[in-house]
Design a protein around this ligand. Structure first.
Ligand SMILES: Cc1ncc(COP(=O)(O)O)c(C=O)c1O
Length: 403
């Protein structure tokens, strides 16, 4: 097909996770007792999508003429204020922000504004696959540091070495860290790990400008919310540029509304204007503007006290649902001696193993679907009913022991 440029001709059309999910659903439709641990969305125990009713109501109540109108390119000012406040709390005035289509859009803005074309973005060795896609699409590369050391703790030493290397070779760096509830491992950095990351960033910053992008897609599902570590994370701004990818997809169960934002901590007004302008220009040149109805409804959910209280309480129930699955997983998986990193909340966990693709293929014989990647199986507990978790663990244990 000579019309498609050569580099794009053999691109896979479908995300592999979506393809696995489709296979699991087709099998289920035939009546098989499927456990589908591939879906990256929180499902109720009956398999339906968990939705916060108060957010749906807020969306329905957006006046048609408001919903139909274009939002400003960088996002509705009320929305940006509300999100900046949510992310930066008392430092909200220092936010350089733009509305984005989900957290994915925020990642795109970071990649295209904080490293040059052809340069390399740094993230952990386990990472959400679209990081690479986003880099490909913007003509950037992706490289990784080893995420876990032998004790299965966050490998700060490897981060230091890789960051050093990246700075030596290109003079600037963008580091993407996804916490809490890292996808795919479920790992959340604790306070001392954030402090050690900050020390590394301080050391390496002598070599060149570093941007740290905290991907907070699961900010409200961890044992500690991301906001608890805000001051700790912002301490890095003495040496580096700190930005957050914010998303309503999981926090407000609005995956399809495509509401997100990038919030960069930028206390200097001149810098803030420059960064905001760069974001806004990228928005115009990529997706133009974002969903107006989504921004309107999510703004209300963030700032109107009564609505916010309802949203928070409905979300707390969903978190309890997920936390119960996590507890059952930890009980059974540790008894089965599955090897997986610290997991105290969040949509996913990851079983570390050899031959993950073979194990995942074998698990399908027992109607269990998980997502394999090199050295690991991603298990989306967000989409598995609590009652199915023991069978899920037993199947993984059985097939691991056969490999
Ligand atoms: C780690 C991570 N970052 C960002 C996102 C972005 O999601 P969205 O663009 O739907 O907000 C996701 C979604 O699955 C994710 O898992």
């Amino acid at each position: 097909m000579k019309f498609v440029i050569e580099q794009h001709r053999s691109r896979p059309s479908d995300d592999p996770i979506f393809a696995l999910n489709a296979e699991a659903r087709a099998r289920k439709a035939e009546g098989a007792p499927v456990i589908n641990a591939t879906v990256g969305a929180l499902l109720n125990d009956d398999g339906s999508l968990a939705v916060l009713p108060s957010v749906s109501e807020a969306l329905r109540s957006v006046p048609p003429a408001t919903a139909a109108a274009y939002a400003p390119i960088a996002g509705a000012p009320d929305f940006l204020r509300a999100v900046s406040n949510d992310v930066l709390g008392p430092h909200a005035e220092s936010g350089a922000c733009a509305a984005t289509p989900g957290g994915s859009g925020a990642l795109h803005l970071a990649i295209s504004n904080f490293v040059e074309p052809g340069q390399t973005v740094l993230t952990s060795s386990f990472y959400w696959g679209p990081y690479k896609t986003l880099c490909d699409e913007t003509d950037r590369q992706l490289t990784t540091f080893r995420m876990f050391n032998e004790a299965r703790q966050f490998d700060v030493q490897s981060l230091a070495e890789s960051l050093d290397r990246v700075l030596d070779s290109q003079g600037r760096a963008l580091v993407i860290l996804n916490s809490p509830c890292h996808n795919p491992t479920g790992y959340s950095l604790d306070a001392s790990e954030w402090d050690r990351v900050a020390n590394v960033v301080a050391d390496c910053s002598k070599k060149g400008p570093i941007t740290v992008l905290v991907d907070g897609a699961y900010a409200l599902y961890g044992a500690r919310e991301l906001s608890h570590d805000r001051e700790r994370i912002l301490k890095m701004s003495a040496f580096a540029f700190v930005a957050f990818a914010w998303s309503a997809s999981k926090s407000f169960t609005q995956y399809g509304s495509r509401v997100g934002a990038i919030v960069a901590f930028c206390p200097d007004e001149t810098d803030r204007k420059r960064v905001s302008a760069a974001f806004s220009y990228s928005c115009r040149g990529t997706w133009s503007t974002c969903n107006t109805a989504g921004q309107t409804a999510i703004t209300r959910a963030l700032v109107e006290p009564d609505l916010k209280a309802r949203v928070d309480s409905e979300r707390a129930h969903l978190k309890e649902l997920l936390d119960r699955r996590v507890a059952v997983w930890n009980e059974h998986a540790s008894a089965a001696k599955l090897v997986y990193p610290r997991y105290d909340g969040g949509f996913f966990t990851t079983v570390l193993c050899d031959r993950a693709f073979d194990v995942a293929a074998a698990l399908k014989q027992d109607h269990v679907f998980v997502v394999p990647q090199a050295g690991a199986l991603r298990v989306a507990l967000c989409s598995v009913a609590e009652r199915d978790v023991p069978r899920l663990v037993a199947a993984i244990e059985k097939h691991l022991s056969r490999q």
